[in-house]
Write a protein that binds this ligand. Structure first.
Ligand code: UD1
Length: 402
């Protein structure tokens, strides 16, 4: 499917079961590279990125069996520690194989990710950390060639907070000799979920969820069974959609604890939100109030929720400031929302959004995964029909948003 047609103006009603988190599942699948024993992962979302990761691991010689949300991975040996450009260019998270391959095989050849629609996304912190652990990494013909006899534990202070950087180094350190201390580590719940999986495999890790993670390397890791945490971005997307369009929606299988910043902002917009341990109910009547957000590393407001909250702001009462601090060039959806009649002015990394009563349906173009979600929400609050083109981006992160 290439286009999504939305008839706007209807309130949302119903119950949705949230999927497993894509951003937790991807690193957890890579953890299978660290052990010769089988790793069973459940609550795995059915997404294109997961298929891409399965294919990538398969090319390295990992046996991958998939059935209904369950993936069993088994890598008695690694046939070829290479991640080709063909796959890496379609999914940046492929770089997550670098640390595990290096730790397990002593070598890895991983394509540089290259440009990406939401701005430059370098991997210098991944490289710097692995070098501190004794790896030699050379870049030739667009590939990182990494080698190390056995990685050694090290104290690594990361220059900035990076999610996949933290995950890559945590996996590498799990099999390194001695202790690794990761300072200024990412505190995202997905990092904690990966740590839980690694610990179940026999890794010695303390402090995941704080900015200081201590890893005592072990000789080898075993198999384990791990259930992926619920997707907090998918959850937040449905909540923002309901806050924008109005209605009453119940989400089950969710992790409200991982969504504090989003839930606060929804309440500020006037939504009634109630939670239990694993459900969230949202009810919205009337136009939302304008809420400003500023993206930041967890527990701050997630950059992956920025486009959805911009959509909410387009129909809010008043003016909202949406500030993006994580990625440059992550406002492409703003220009498309303008085509729907949104009043948005871009000033550097801030979008000044004057809420209007309703948007007007039109054809718009999706540019990346979360931008697509923002445009779908905008379509829900636009009069008449909105067509979102290039909607295939959505399949990378949502099982069946429509
Ligand atoms: C992860 C998420 C993505 C989310 C992002 C920020 C996965 C698979 N993806 O992406 O959905 O939008 O976190 O929450 O989990 N940076 C460097 N050098 C590095 C690494 C990163 O300068 O070596 C910079 C990036 O350019 C960016 C910032 O750090 O400005 C955050 O990047 P990072 O957290 O690494 O994002 P991803 O892990 O790619």
């Amino acid at each position: 499917m290439d286009k999504l047609k939305i008839t706007g103006g209807r309130a949302l009603e119903g119950e949705v079961r949230v999927s497993g988190a894509k951003n937790a599942a991807l690193p957890i699948l890579c953890a299978a590279l660290l052990t010769a024993k089988p790793l069973t992962v459940t609550n795995v979302p059915r997404l294109r990125d997961v298929s891409t990761m399965a294919k990538l691991l398969g090319e390295m010689g990992v046996a991958v069996e998939r059935s209904e949300g369950r993936v069993v991975l088994h890598a008695p040996t690694i046939k070829d520690p290479t991640a080709s450009y063909e796959l890496v260019k379609t999914m940046r998270a492929s770089v997550l194989v670098l640390g595990p391959l290096l730790a397990r095989c002593g070598e890895a050849k991983v394509s540089l990710p290259g440009g990406c629609a939401i701005g430059a996304r370098p991997v210098d912190q991944h490289v710097k950390g692995l070098e501190a652990m004794g790896a030699t990494i050379a870049v030739e013909h667009g590939y990182m060639h990494a080698s190390a006899k056995r990685l050694r534990g090290a104290r690594i202070v990361m220059d900035l907070v990076t999610v996949t950087g933290t995950e890559n180094l945590m996996m590498a350190a799990a099999l390194a000799e001695g202790e690794t201390l990761l300072e200024n580590a990412a505190r995202e719940p997905e990092v904690v979920d990966l740590a839980r999986c690694l610990i179940a495999m026999g890794a010695k890790i303390e402090g995941a969820g704080s900015d200081r993670i201590r890893i005592q390397g072990v000789r080898s890791l075993g198999g384990a069974a791990h259930r992926v945490m619920p997707d907090r971005i998918e959850t937040g997307t449905y909540l923002a959609a309901t806050a924008a369009a109005g209605g009453k929606v119940r989400l089950t299988g969710a992790a409200p604890d991982s969504l504090d910043a989003t839930l606060d902002k929804l309440r500020e917009a006037g939504a009634k939100v109630s939670t239990t341990e694993d459900t969230i109910e949202i009810e919205m009547t009337g136009r939302p109030g304008a809420v400003s957000v500023r993206t930041a590393p967890y527990p701050g407001f997630a950059t992956d929720m920025q486009a959805q909250f911009m959509a909410l702001a387009t129909v809010a009462r008043g003016t909202a400031l949406i500030t993006e601090t994580i990625f440059e060039n992550r406002f492409m959806h703003a220009l498309e929302m303008q085509r729907l009649g949104a009043e948005i002015r871009l000033e550097g990394n801030t979008a000044v959004v004057n809420g209007v009563e309703r948007l007007q349906g039109a054809t718009v173009m999706a540019t990346d995964l979360r931008a697509s979600a923002g445009l779908v929400i905008a379509g829900l609050v636009a009069d008449g029909e909105t067509v979102v083109d290039r909607i295939y981006h959505l399949d990378r992160g949502y099982e069946a948003l429509e």
